[in-house]
Design a protein around this ligand. Structure first.
Ligand code: ATR
Length: 273
């Protein structure tokens, strides 16, 4: 078997080993996938050792995605723009390549799994941290009519809007605070980590109508705090990030193995774990 792993800290709750084992079983690929907890000051060593001992590919999670990006000898275009990497492998010359499959995972889940049209949509993105930066490029590539980035620290939203201006094309890209958006959106994506503290971004309720699709990049067994708020304020279609988690894994698997796993069956299995 060829060895793959996810590296993070902590790592014990990671679903990646389960997801990739299901992909391996389903596709018959000789993939063995484990979880590695790197010391907080030892990410680079952990990566080096893994590849020196014959490992084929790594997923990277919190808090090492930016370090993975810095460590790489080479980056894919989407990783370059994301400023963070969740996928590492060695090319034929043994150089460390960083990729980022998070944005593709989100877009795949929204458009294919949930049948949502992003082209021409008015999208509100909440948050301006690493998670949001990782998905803006693939979202803009869908050619929404507008994308509004709202954040607690407005300067960070403005910095992202500047960084992605060259990717916006005809999309109207803007930045603001949480309380500024004052009209309904087609799609609202929560990319803040506010729910980890049980907080809600203080967004006006009139951003939601029954037609609004609400997507929380977080995933939890119960309805997320943000999605519950959206339901309480008239949203009908709300989704959490489980599909994104499995789609980004599938895209990593495809990058490493050249084989596209079926995700629907795996989403089903994990939803019922
Ligand atoms: P991640 O990797 O999850 O993106 P991050 O880069 O630390 O982590 O970004 C966290 C995001 O959630 C930021 O947009 C942050 O807002 P600030 O940029 O103003 O810090 C947002 N966030 C975190 N806690 C929040 C809270 N309690 N309320 C609202 N927004 C919050």
């Amino acid at each position: 078997n060829e060895l793959y792993a996810v590296v993070g800290h902590p790592i014990n709750h990671s679903k990646s080993p389960r997801i990739h084992s299901l992909f391996a079983k389903q596709t018959g690929e000789p993939v063995e996938y484990t979880a590695i907890q790197a010391p907080l000051d030892g990410f680079a060593n952990t990566v080096r050792q893994f590849f020196e001992s014959g490992g084929k590919g790594l997923n990277v999670t919190v808090p090492f995605k930016e370090q993975a990006w810095e460590l790489a000898d080479q980056r894919t275009a989407r990783a370059e723009k994301a400023g963070a990497a969740n996928t590492l492998y060695q090319n034929s010359e043994g150089r460390l390549v960083a990729d980022n499959t998070d944005g593709q995972g989100l877009v795949q889940d929204l458009t294919v799994n949930h049948g949502i049209q992003l082209k021409g949509a008015n999208i509100l993105v909440l948050g301006a941290g690493g998670a949001v930066r990782g998905v803006l490029g693939p979202l803009l590539a869908q050619k929404p009519a507008s994308m509004t980035i709202a954040n607690r620290t407005v300067a960070k939203a403005e910095a992202l809007a500047t960084l992605f201006a060259e990717d916006a094309g005809a999309t109207i890209l803007s930045a603001c605070g949480f309380e500024a958006p004052d009209q309904p959106f087609d799609v609202i994506i929560n990319g803040t980590s506010a729910s980890l503290q049980g907080d809600l971004p203080p967004v006006r309720t009139n951003v939601i109508t029954a037609g609004t699709v609400v997507y929380d990049m977080m995933y939890s067994l119960q309805t997320t705090t943000f999605n519950q708020w959206a339901l309480d304020n008239g949203a009908v279609r709300v989704f959490d990030g489980l599909g994104m988690l499995i789609e980004q894994a599938a895209e990593s698997f495809r990058v490493w193995r050249g084989v596209q796993p079926d995700t629907a069956s795996v989403i089903d299995v994990l939803r019922n774990d």
